[in-house]
Design a protein around this ligand. Structure first.
Ligand SMILES: [Zn+2]
Length: 182
């Protein structure tokens, strides 16, 4: 999944998870949901294809960052967002052939690669950047489909308009933007 997909689906999962745990913070959850792909910086050095899914896709890395940032921010939100990222990456088994399939969740203690592999994506059939754009397009389409489903369900359950459903959908986002302004 691309960083854009992690952001969009992070938001969807936040909508659900924040109903269970109301103190979840959107900005910190999304920060966590993007965090593991910081290893994309390795693209600069060429190390990405060897190490993607390793250093930053580890539970210990997430714990470390969550504890450090926990001094000022919500550790639970960062860690939960990060774990969501790892689960999605494991399900999509979206990795590259140079470093093997799956996420090294226990790095640096163990190099075992974990994946659930329900959608074993063949990697880079058409080059890295084209692959990235294609995936982002699929993710946007899937996100839009889920949004439409949400709006229809909202209308059926509440009998209120699609527009107010859309406002409800964006509620946590608007709240977060407002809290940044203050
Ligand atoms: Zn990832």
């Amino acid at each position: 999944m691309t960083p854009l997909g992690h952001l969009l689906f992070g938001y969807l999962f936040f909508l659900v998870l924040s109903k269970i745990y109301s103190r979840l913070s959107l900005s910190e959850f999304l920060f966590g949901a993007l965090l593991p792909d910081i290893d994309a910086l390795l693209l600069i050095t060429g190390g990405y294809f060897l190490y993607h899914g390793m250093f930053t896709h580890s539970v210990f890395f997430l714990l470390f960052v969550a504890i450090i940032f926990g001094i000022r921010f919500s550790s639970v939100s960062i860690f939960a967002g990060g774990m969501l990222h790892l689960v999605i990456d494991m399900v999509l088994a979206d990795t590259n052939p140079l470093n093997g399939l799956g996420m090294r969740l226990l790095w640096p203690l163990s190099g075992v690669q974990f994946y659930l592999g329900w959608f074993d994506l063949s990697f880079f059939p058409s080059g890295y950047w084209v692959h990235l754009i294609q995936n982002a397009a699929y993710e946007i389409i899937l996100f839009m489909a889920i949004l439409i489903l949400y709006l229809v369900t909202y209308r059926l359950l509440t009998k209120r308009s699609f527009l107010s459903g859309f406002h409800a959908f964006l509620g946590p986002l608007k709240k977060t933007i407002k809290s940044f302004k203050n």
